[in-house]
Design a protein around this ligand. Structure first.
Ligand code: AMP
Length: 203
C-alpha cells in the first residue's frame, strides 16, 4: 500500500469515551500514547478526559508530547473536557469537530471504542473512498476490539455493496508497536521524499 504523505507529524486518534471491560484496552492505549510522545507525533483527539480518550491524552502529556483536542461545545461537560492539553478548540457541531480533526491529521488511528469510535472510523474510511483525503488509516485490534467493524465492512463487500478494494483503504494491526512502527516509517518516508513541504510544516 502506498500513500502520498508529506510527513506524519500529527495522528488523529479515535477511541472510547469509556474504558471497556478488558484492562488490555487501557494498557494498550496508555502504551500507544507514550510511544506517540516518544516519536514526536502530535495527538489530535476528541478533547475528553474520560475513558480511553483520557488515558490516551494523559499518556501523551506524561511523555512530554503535544495534544490537540477538538470538542463540540455541547459535549464539553458531558465528556468532561480535558483541562491540561496543549491546545483545545471548541467547535459548534460534531461535524465541525470531525472536519477539523481530519484537517489537522496526517494519519488516523482507531483504538478500541464504542459507537462513536465506529462512526468516526467508518466516516474517515468513506471520506478516503470518496477521495476527500488520501491519508493512511490504521485500526489497532486489541483483544478482538476491531472485529465487529471489520466484519461489517467484509459483509458489505460480500453483499456487493462495497468493492473488494475497500479493504485497501485501511490497515488492521494487532500491536501498539506495529502501529507506531508504521507511523514512524511514514514520517521518515515523508521527510526524505518532500523536504520542502516538511520545512513549511515545521515553521
Ligand atoms: P464512543 O466510542 O461511543 O465512546 O465515542 C467516542 C468518541 O466518539 C467520543 O468523542 C464521542 O463524542 C464521539 N461520538 C459519539 N457518538 C458520535 C456520533 N454519533 N458521531 C460522531 N462521533 C460520535
Amino acid at each position: 500500500m502506498s500513500y502520498r504523505l508529506n510527513s506524519t507529524r500529527s495522528a488523529a486518534v479515535f477511541c472510547g469515551s469509556r474504558h471497556g471491560n478488558d484492562p488490555a484496552f487501557s494498557k494498550a492505549t496508555a502504551e500507544f500514547g507514550a510511544r506517540l510522545a516518544e516519536a514526536g507525533i502530535r495527538l489530535v483527539y476528541g478533547g475528553g478526559r474520560i475513558g480511553l480518550m483520557g488515558v490516551l491524552a494523559d499518556a501523551v502529556l506524561a511523555g512530554g508530547g503535544q495534544v490537540f483536542g477538538v470538542i463540540p461545545d455541547f459535549l464539553r461537560r458531558l465528556e468532561v473536557e480535558h483541562g491540561g492539553v496543549t491546545e483545545m478548540v471548541v467547535t459548534e457541531t460534531m461535524h465541525a469537530r470531525k472536519q477539523l480533526m481530519c484537517d489537522e491529521a496526517d494519519a488516523f488511528v482507531t483504538l478500541p471504542g464504542g459507537l462513536g469510535t465506529y462512526d468516526e472510523t467508518i466516516e474517515i474510511i468513506t471520506w478516503r473512498q470518496l477521495r476527500l483525503h488520501d491519508k493512511p488509516i490504521f485500526i489497532l485490534d486489541i483483544a478482538g476490539s476491531a472485529r465487529p467493524l471489520i466484519a461489517a465492512i467484509d459483509a458489505a463487500i460480500e453483499m456487493g455493496f462495497a468493492s473488494a478494494d475497500a479493504r485497501n483503504l485501511f490497515e488492521v494491526l494487532d500491536s501498539v508497536e506495529a502501529v507506531t512502527g508504521r507511523l514512524r516509517a511514514l514520517s521518515a518516508e515523508g521527510a526524505s521524499a518532500n523536504p520542502e513541504a516538511d520545512a513549511i510544516r515545521l515553521t
